[in-house]
Ligand binder design. Structure first.
Ligand code: FAD
Ligand code: PHB
Length: 403
């Protein structure tokens, strides 16, 4: 079967779904093709922190009802080291900005509901997805659905299929420059049925390594522990996980996470990765398909959202004014913000984790870094403005949204 659309979107993660909605609001037709099932995409436990700009974008796109009902507004974070927690207040340092804790699962669930309401096509469980004719004016996406071969002919393809997708590898060898850093550690993450014992996140550097206290709701705590990158989750009984969490997180004033039944656990390796440019011919990469950050700065999902804003504007420019100008700017505009988020995520990661190859000097420097951070208003302001999110490169109005 052959379909014709304006924009074919590969991947129904946050990037693909947000783009579909933004195009819909601008009257631009799209087809979204996802290789996993709807349940799989929704149940995948991942990000939790939304920048102010991501929340504002979802509001402007009319997909914020769930977020406004169940999202937890956080006005700061704690940085903990040498057994003491230090608070960083966001609104005070950023002119009123904050972050919102709302699971990526919920974001994706809300966006799928919004997509289905538009009645525009969204294929789950598409098999053998491939893209072609990328340097022509009618690129194609092929896949199999319900046993039948499908071809989507379009004007543009948005590669929103994440780090392990097929879009980036479909670009001919030698076109992309790859910038990469692999870290000598990973995160063991758990979800626990335990009321959060702190109203805000706690990032801890402990002698035994990094730990992070986060949450998903007033009844669910989300916790992370630095472990070796190839650590098997089978090596960690629930009791061993709680022992290590408490050892690293308990502060001298007696604060510690509440313990509860562990409902999910997994290990994720960490890397920084950028592919540039984020475009080849009529294929535009967005989100994790083009770049990965280590999760310490909570930037991945937010970068996907800011890429989409720039791409939505560029496609609106093409269909509204017949101009390629904003599409030609797309990669450079995105990469400016991407590299600043890369720098921030690398800095948060290297300041808060213990490296197997670090020296005693390196560790003392880390402590001094954190001591400076938590005692200097200038340093706290720098962290706060990056954590709540640096400004988008383009305005909401230029992408067809009301601010
Ligand atoms: P994805 O979410 O990966 O979506 C890509 C989609 O494409 C998927 O649905 C996939 O199934 C689909 N796909 C793949 N291959 C194909 C194919 N061949 N054909 C069709 N479809 C395909 N970010 C934050 O901002 N804040 C956080 O607090 C945070 N915490 C994190 C914690 C962890 C443990 C992890 C792992 C990540 C975290 N992130 C965080 C990062 C965030 O989850 C990602 O950056 C985000 O999911 C990127 O969205 P995306 O849509 O670009 O890619
Ligand atoms: C999360 O809640 O999953 C989370 C929070 C902050 C991070 C990373 C992940 O930096």
């Amino acid at each position: 079967m052959t379909h014709r659309t304006q924009v074919a979107i590969v991947g129904a993660g946050p990037a693909g779904l947000l783009l579909g909605q933004l195009l819909h609001l601008n009257g631009i037709d799209s087809v979204i093709v996802e290789n996993r099932s709807r349940e799989y995409v929704i149940d995948r436990v991942r990000a939790g922190v939304l920048e102010q700009g991501t929340v504002d974008l979802m509001k402007a796109m009319g997909v914020s009802a769930g977020l406004e009902r169940a999202g937890l507004r956080h006005e700061g974070v704690y940085i903990s080291f040498l057994g003491q927690r230090h608070h960083i207040n966001f609104p005070e340092l950023t002119g009123g900005k904050a972050i919102t804790v709302y699971g990526q699962n919920e974001v994706v669930r809300d966006l799928i509901d919004a997509r289905l309401e538009t009645s525009r096509p969204l294929y789950f469980e598409a098999e053998d997805v491939s893209v072609g004719d990328l340097d022509s004016t009618t690129p194609t996406v092929h896949f199999r659905y319900d046993g039948a071969e499908q071809e989507v002919r379009c004007d543009f393809i948005a590669g929103c299929d994440g780090f392990h997708g097929i879009c980036r590898p479909s670009i001919p060898a030698g076109v992309l420059a790859i910038y990469e850093r692999i870290y000598p550690f990973g995160w063991l993450g758990i979800l626990a049925e335990a009321a959060p014992s702190s109203e805000e996140l706690v990032y801890t550097l402990h002698e035994r390594g990094f730990a992070l206290f986060s949450m998903r709701s007033p009844k669910v705590t989300r916790l992370y522990l630095q472990v070796p990158p190839d650590e098997s989750i089978d090596n960690w009984s629930d009791d061993a996980i709680w022992d290590e969490m408490l050892r690293r997180m308990t502060t001298r004033d007696g604060w510690k996470p509440n313990i509860g039944r562990i409902t999910q656990k997994s290990v994720t390796p960490m890397r920084s990765f950028v592919a540039a440019p984020m475009r080849y011919g009529r294929l535009f990469l967005a989100g994790d398909a083009a770049h990965i950050v280590p999760p310490t700065g909570a930037k991945g999902l937010n970068l996907a959202a800011s890429d989409v804003l720039v791409l939505g504007r560029a496609l609106k420019g093409f269909y509204g004014r017949g101009s390629m100008e904003w599409l030609d700017e797309y990669s450079d505009l995105c990469l400016r913000r991407v590299w600043k988020a890369q720098r921030f995520s690398w800095w948060m990661t290297s300041t808060l984790h213990r490296s197997p190859d670090e020296t005693a000097f390196d560790h003392q420097r880390q402590i001094a870094d954190l001591d400076y951070l938590t005692s200097s208003r200038a340093a706290m302001t720098s962290l706060a403005e990056q954590y709540v999110g640096l400004p988008a490169e383009v305005s909401f109005e230029s992408a067809g949204l009301k601010a």
